[in-house]
Every structure is written in structure tokens, then in C-alpha cells.
Ligand binder design. Structure first.
Ligand code: RTP
Length: 150
């Protein structure tokens, strides 16, 4: 278990439009994870097709790309122990009907085609997605001794 494990979390266009960026950030911060990169982006179709390349043969793929291309997304990288698996748990199951209450999808959506957020499903895909969405690189920082905020 790598304490510096990283995952790629993205608030999808419906989440940005509904003002849920802060909610997603709040949950990851409160859990104890560290934000190491964040930006708002209008990625365009080509980028989205690369991100979802493994789903290109699925019947819902065209609709997925149209939805993902309908507005800005908020791209983030979070760091911490077991953050890939724990992050997926915090998002909830892909289908909101299967998502437990208390998860982001369980609490905030009803439609698999508008399911608010994305999270990497393995350490390998996290590394791939972080490289895809943050080609400029990301920062590293240490949590300071908190005495200066008291
Ligand atoms: P994501 O990549 O967005 O985190 O989602 P996931 O791993 O939980 O699920 P995945 O199977 O990779 O599906 C990617 C996204 O495609 C949309 N989807 N629509 N209409 C449908 O039946 C359907 N199935 C999947 C969802 O937005 C899902 O998150």
C-alpha cells in the first residue's frame, strides 16, 4: 500500500452544472486525501474518446461522448493511502440505483448517463489517466505542521 498512491477524479459536466464540485472536493478532503492537481477543462471529443477508449464498442459510447462534451469538467488528482479503491467506494457504483446511500452517486443522482463523477478503477489506469489529463505534470507538497493556522 503506497501512501503516495494517486487517482484521477473528474466531476462530469452534470456535476459541474449542478454545483457539486465543492461537494466532491469536501468529501475527499474530509476523508484525509490530498489534492495535488485540479483544473476546469473543456476537453473536446478527441480527448474524451481517448479517455473512454476501452468503451468504444459499447452501444452507449456515442451518447457518453456527447454528454461528456456538453460542458466543462473538473479534473483532479488526489493522493493518499489506497486512494484508488477508496475513491471508487466514495463515488459509489456506476449505476446510481446500485450505489449505496452515503456515496456521491448514491446521494446525488438517479441516471447512469448522468452520474456526476469519474474515478480511476486501478493504479495502472490512474497513472494512465493522470498522464492523459495532466500532461503538464502535477505538484508534490507536504502537509505542513498546522500550528500556523491555529
Ligand atoms: P467512470 O469511468 O465514468 O468512472 O465510470 P465507471 O468506471 O464506473 O463505469 P464504466 O463502465 O467505465 O462506464 C463509464 C461511464 O459510461 C456511462 N455509462 N452509461 N447507458 C449505460 O448503460 C451506461 N453505462 C455506462 C456512465 O457515465 C459511466 O460512468
Amino acid at each position: 500500500m503506497d501512501p503516495a498512491e494517486r487517482t484521477y477524479i473528474m466531476v462530469k459536466p452534470d456535476g459541474v452544472q449542478r454545483g457539486l464540485v465543492g461537494e466532491v472536493i469536501k468529501r475527499f478532503e474530509q476523508k484525509g486525501y490530498k489534492l495535488v492537481a485540479m483544473k476546469l477543462a473543456m476537453p473536446g471529443e478527441e480527448m474524451l474518446k481517448q479517455h473512454y477508449a476501452d468503451l468504444s464498442e459499447r452501444s452507449f459510447f456515442p451518447g457518453l461522448i456527447t454528454y461528456m462534451n456538453s460542458g466543462p469538467v473538473c479534473c483532479m488528482v488526489w493522493e493518499g493511502r489506497n486512494v484508488v479503491l477508496e475513491g471508487r467506494k466514495m463515488l459509489g457504483a456506476t449505476k446510481p440505483a446500485d450505489s449505496a446511500m452515503g456515496t456521491i452517486r448514491g446521494d446525488f443522482c438517479v441516471d447512469v448517463g448522468r452520474n456526476v463523477c469519474h474515478g480511476s478503477d486501478s493504479v495502472d489506469s490512474a497513472n494512465h489517466e493522470i498522464g492523459l489529463w495532466f500532461p503538464e505534470g502535477i505538484i508534490s507538497w507536504d502537509k505542513a505542521d498546522a500550528s500556523w493556522v491555529l
